[in-house]
Each structure stands twice: as C-alpha cells, then as structure tokens.
Design a binder for this molecule. Structure first.
Ligand code: ADP
Ligand code: MG
Length: 705
C-alpha cells in the first residue's frame, strides 16, 4: 500500500485540495512549526491500515501536543514507521470517493456518504469510468442522504460543483483512474463544505496488491459461464466483422448428424430442412444424411455458416478445416464452462488459424426469419425489428416462442454461449447499425468483455433492455478498502444501465414486455415531442375500479413513472361525460369499462384530457373478468379495444398501452383477438399493471435519452 502522504501527493498534483502537512521520521517534529493549529497526528507503517481502529490518528492538537501524542502512540504499541502531521480541516459533510478495478468491467467509481458512516449507512452510488458530468450529478442525486449536500432544514448545502469536479478528476475522462495502476484507490473522507472540498484521507493499493480475490484469477484460467473471466483472446482483431452472413447465410452446413443414431445434429438438419435454406451435411463416410447431401469435411462445403455438434474434443479439428466458411457455430458444451479452458483456447486458436469467426461454444445458434436461420422447431415466425443477444440458448428459445405468441417479430436473435470469440458487445455494435433492427434485448450472465459492452451500450442508438442472470450469486468481494467492499456486481449492472440509458429488468417476462413496448412504440419514442416527459404529464392511467386505480398508482410509483395531475381545465368536460360522480377526478382516473358502459367512454375521456395537457403515455386498463361473469359475449370487449385503437390513431405523439387485468377469465382466443385489434394501431398489451409499469418506464428512459 502506498503511504497516505504519497497518495495525497497524487491528489494534490491532480488539483484536488488536501490539508497542508509534514512527514516526520525519527521523531524530529521541527517542521510542524510551519503548520496552523489545530493539528492532526497520524502514524503510518505497513501494518497500519485503518488508522482509527489502530489508535493511529488523533485530532485537535496544538503544536506542543504533537510530540507527546506521538510518543504515547508508540508506547501503546502502534507500529509507526513515521508520522504525518497535518492541518485539521473545518467540519463539513464527509464523503467517500473511491475507485476499484472490477475484473469484469474495469475501473469503477464509487461516491457516497463517508467517514465514520460509510459502513453503517452504505449510502453510495457507482459509475463505470469514465463518468460524464451528468453521471456525477446523477450519482450524487441518487444518494438517500443527498439532502445534506443540497441543504437541509435551514442548514446550508455544500459546494456541489466542487464535489462534481472532484468526481470528474478521479473518474472522468482523463481522470486519475486512467493514470493509476489501479487496484483500489480511496478518499475517505473528503470533507465538503459551502466553500469547497478537501481530501483528508487517501488510500492507494496499486494493482496486484489489492486484496481483491478475483484479481488474480483473470490472469491464468479463463473460467466458464457465471464467473468473471477475460475472453479467451488470441490477439486483437482490427476490422469489425460483418455479421450479415451470420444471420443470412447463402447456405448452411451441419457437422455431426448421424446416419444411425439421431442426435442434435440431426435435429438441426430437420429444422433447416423445414426452413428451406440450402443445406449440406458433413459426414466422414455417408453421401447423404437424413436426405441431405453430405461432404466429408467442411473444406468441401461452400457455405457461409457451419453448425458443429460433435464431442468437445473433436471440435477444434473440425474448425481447422473451416477456412472459407466465415462463421462457425459450436453447439457442443464441455469447454470452459465444464472446467476445460484448454479445450476452449484450442478451439479459438483453430478458428483464428482457419480465418473463421466462432460463435459459442456451448450455444444454440442464430434465429433470423429473413435469413431462414433457426434453432427452434415449429416453424419460423414473421420477420421484424427486434433483436436479441443471449448467453443462454434455452432462454432465447423461450423468448422467441413466447415473444412471437405475444406479437414480437424478430430481426435477429443470436446466442453466444461461452462467447469465446464473438462477444455480445461486438454483436451489439453491429446490431446498432443494422437497418433491420430497431430495439435490442440482451440476456447475460457475466459481463465477459465488460468495457466493450459499456462502450457499445453507450453508443447504441436503439433502445436496449438488459436481463442479467446470476446477479444475486455474484456477491461482494473481500476487499481492503471500503470501496472494494461496497462494489458488487449487481450494483455495477445497475450503474451500467443508468449511465447508458439501457433498461435493466429482473425477469424474462419483463424482457419480453419491454421489447414489446419498444416494438410497438419505437417510432413514438423517437418523437422529439415525447422527450420532455417530466414537463408533460408523465403517464395518464385510466380504467375501472377504485382499488385497481390505487394499486396502479403504487405500481407506477415503484417503477419510477410519475402520474401527473389532471389539468383543471379538463375537469368540467370530464364531469360532462358523467365521470367523477361517486369518486374524485384524479390520475389514475376511474372510468367505468364493462359490458354495459359505452365502449368509447375511455377514448372520449382521454381526448378531453390531452386537449388540455399532453401525456407521453396513456395506460388504459380493463377488468376482463367483468365482461364474462354474467354472460359470454366478447363483442363489448372488442368494441372497447377498437375504440382504444382509434384513440391511439388520433394521438400520434402519445404512447397508448393496454392492461388486460384478469385475462384468465376470458374464453380461449379472446385475449389474442384483443391483442390483434390494438396491435394494428401499435398498442402493446400487458396482463398486469406491474408489467406495464416496467415497460412504460423503459420507454420513458429512452424517450428522454
Ligand atoms: P482512517 O485510517 O481511520 O480512515 P482518517 O485519516 O480517515 O483515518 O482519519 C479518521 C477521521 O479523522 C476522518 O474520518 C476525519 O473525520 C478525521 N480527520 C482525519 N484527518 C483530518 C484532517 N486533516 N482534518 C479534519 N479531519 C480529519
Ligand atoms: Mg479514512
């Protein structure tokens, strides 16, 4: 560990104010004469880490006190190599500002309430370096204790601009994080007052000295999924790949299908046959497999894409013969994820030698209706604008099938498995520029190339929704500094989302739901009118039942969506529609919707309101059960859906969303019909208020980006 006064010297050189001080060795306290009282005495030495705990810091001293206190420290057993004596800064708000090198994401900045409260309050915010000034202000604003910074109950606030400047000096572009051999770096505390900041303690552990356990792991063995690991890289690639042929290959080869014992290879042959893409099998002896012509090796296959489903030990050999094939997908598992990183490295080396790009290993492949690419049975769905990058093939298959059932249409879906060569970040960069893709979903279990992912997300012009598996299992790491102990993977993912405008969701259902919102409302999100969501009304929620309305307000509040008040000027008109008789007129607005109420009442109420105040989002909800308890005619519900579609058609600057509560009470097929009616007008449908709230929040995030 670098001594405190040296760490402070680094700060001083970077322009961060630190207390005036002198270093004392051999008990020669003469230089202390230059300092202004009151003074602080601190012992330093290799065994002294947290000085307060070690009895190695004393405040409020006169010059005369200093040698006496120093002698007392030595006598009490403090292993001092020397002393730092410095001027005591005036009191203020004590903050912590730290940096850690995360093995997955690289340098991460932490800021929060510090000093003695650090561990107790755990009130901190994270940002991936480099942070922007906007990030710095958002991080400070996100602290629960932020009122102490901005002023509280007559107490003045601190010089927030100076704090922001400090965060930029440490974690901004060109900041300390770029210059330090970073293990951990921490200022705790920096004292912020009305007139500026002063860093009164600094701790610096260069890389390799940090007690961050994962730090050492990355050097040698690449771990499998779920663990942090560097990609099995074999040198940088200069040119960004053209993934066009990955998604739309001229022809496909399948390696590993059997003539005697049907296996995964055979299953894929069947999928591809059904998809109608030109196809060849690779088999050492057979002239055909399952009715598909066969060649003895990939070297003899004129294709853009080869799927390899042979045992892990034989994959590298197959890939070595793939020169001329731009993309090879290794479906087989049994590599890094199974504790065999050497096999994975051999595979990557084989791909590099053959000049081919490798997808996987341990992945299902690619789905692209436009390109007749598939890894799912049951036929190919419609071509659309939604892309998905998934580390899990199984999850991708579910999102395709369930998503298509819910009306999603995909442009490209790609599973990456261990991502030994082609990474999610690289794919995201390509999809961002893809003319067919308007929104991207990501399912990841580890950051893989976290820096590149951060950069790709920050640069993505399309809305992105991110589902991360295993966040709870990735706990906090043991660390020497508070900063290290307060940085966990779950928090970094959230910081990544906040900094890049991506939406982080917690379930597969929300991943699909947010993609459905992006698909339905993509064009309306791009509308510059919808960007200043806050200055407009937020979301307007409208539908039957007082209780449902109250719960809706809670659900949107949890999702961070504001429900602005109704415009006063609209209240008369609403009363004219017969609303507000037994209840108050408010947002959420209670409006009867059912088999006996007019189907277009919601439409008229919405129009009456938005004439006076525009809302970026209108969320209409119905209680499906009320339509079917005393009869089974679905027509009134369809009429309502048609009226809502008409409302959307009349409001191009507003995003209308429908919630069909209690949909399980509808006869089979009714919900599909409702969905189809409103989908024609570009309205997405959710079965719960909570799901709608998450999607609306995601839309607002991107609308305001
Ligand atoms: P530790 O190693 O225990 O973190 P610090 O150097 O942070 O030791 O000192 C402990 C506390 O003493 C700090 O949290 C701060 O409140 C106070 N302190 C230390 N140095 C100064 C200083 N120069 N001016 C004012 N307060 C100080
Ligand atoms: Mg300290």
């Amino acid at each position: 560990m670098v001594a405190e006064h040296e760490a402070k010297e680094l700060l001083r050189a970077a322009g961060v104010p630190v207390p005036r001080g002198v270093v004392v060795r051999d008990m020669d306290f003469a230089p202390v004469a230059e300092l202004r009282e009151p003074l602080v005495l601190k012992a330093y030495g290799p065994e002294i880490v947290h000085k307060s705990d070690a009895g190695a810091v004393v405040l409020g001293l006169s010059r005369a006190d200093v040698p006496i206190e120093a002698a007392r420290m030595l006598a009490s057993g403090v292993a001092a190599e020397g002393f730092l004596v410095e001027e005591q800064a005036a009191g203020g708000v004590e903050l912590i500002v730290g940096l850690v090198h995360d093995p997955g994401f690289g340098p991460v900045l932490l800021a929060g309430l510090g000093g003695v409260w650090t561990e107790t309050l755990r009130d901190t915010a994270l940002g991936l370096c480099p942070i922007s000034e906007g990030d710095a202000r958002r991080m400070l604003g996100s602290l629960r204790g932020s009122p102490v910074l901005y002023g509280l109950r007559g107490r003045p606030g601190v010089d927030v601009d100076a704090v922001v400047k400090l965060l930029m000096t440490v974690g901004g572009s060109g900041g300390l994080w770029e210059r330090l051999e970073l293990g951990e770096f921490e200022i705790n505390p920096v004292i912020a007052t009305e007139s500026g900041v002063v860093a009164v303690d600094a701790r610096y552990l260069p890389a390799g000295h940090a007690s961050n356990g994962d730090q050492d792991d990355v050097l040698g063995e690449p771990a499998g999924l779920g663990a942090h690991s560097e990609p099995t890289d074999v040198g940088p690639r200069s040119e960004p790949a053209d993934f066009g042929p990955l998604f739309e290959p001229r022809a496909v080869a399948v390696v590993g299908a059997s003539t005697t014992r049907p296996n995964f290879g055979n299953m894929f042959l069947e999928f591809y046959k059904a998809a109608g893409i030109p196809l060849v099998a690779v088999h050492p002896e057979a002239r055909e497999v399952g009715g598909v012509p066969a060649v003895p090796s990939l070297a003899a296959a004129d294709v853009d894409y080869a799927l390899v489903a042979v045992p892990a030990e034989r994959c590298a050999q197959v890939v070595r013969e793939a020169s001329g094939v731009p993309y090879v997908q290794v479906m087989s598992g049994g590599f890094g994820e199974a504790g065999r990183p050497e096999l994975e490295r051999e595979l990557v080396a084989a791909a590099r030698a053959a000049g081919t790009r490798l997808l996987g290993p341990n992945c299902m492949g690619v789905y692209c209706p436009r390109g007749r690419q598939t890894f799912v049975g049951g036929g190919i769905g419609p071509a659309g604008t939604v892309a998905l990058i998934s580390q899990s093939g199984g999850l991708a298959g579910e999102v395709i099938k369930v998503g298509e059932r819910r009306g999603l249409a995909f442009s490209r879906v790609v599973t990456v498995g261990n991502a030994a060569d082609v990474t999610p970040a690289e794919l995201l960069r390509w999809l961002s520029a893809d003319a067919e893709t308007r929104a991207v979903g990501l399912y990841l279990e580890d950051p893989r190339d976290g820096r590149a992912l951060y950069e790709a997300l920050a640069a993505a012009p399309v809305p992105v929704v991110l589902l991360v598996g295993g966040r709870s299992a990735q706990g906090q790491r043991a660390a020497a500094s508070h900063t290290g102990g307060l940085v966990s993977d779950g928090r970094i993912w959230q910081a990544l989302a906040d900094q890049t405008g991506a939406t982080l969701v917690t379930s597969q259902d929300d991943l699909i739901g947010v993609l459905a919102f992006f698909q339905a409302h993509g064009a309306r999100m791009a509308d510059p009118d919808s960007r200043s969501g806050e200055s407009r009304g937020g979301a307007l929620v409208i539908g039957p039942s007082g209780g449902a309305s109250v719960l809706a307000a809670d659900a949107f509040d949890r999702a961070g969506v504001s429900l602005g008040p109704l415009p006063d000027s609209a209240l008369g008109e609403l009363r004219g529609l017969g609303l507000g008789a037994g209840s108050s007129l408010a947002n959420p607005l209670e409006v009867p919707v059912g088999p006996r109420s007019g189907p277009d009442l919601v439409q008229r109420a919405v129009e009456a309101i938005v004439r006076h105040r525009s809302y970026p989002d209108v969320v209409a909800h119905v209680n499906v059960q009320s339509f079917f308890t005393y009869g089974t005619r679905a027509e009134p519900l369809f009429e309502y859906a048609r009226a809502l579609a008409a409302a959307q058609d009349a409001l191009p600057g507003t995003r209308v969303t429908l919630v069909t509560r209690n949909g399980e009470c509808a006869p089979a097929g009714v919900e599909d019909e409702v969905r189809a009616i409103v989908a024609a007008a570009g309205i997405p449908v959710y079965r719960t208020m909570e799901a709608a709230a998450v999607a609306v929040a995601a839309g607002g995030r991107n609308g305001t980006a």
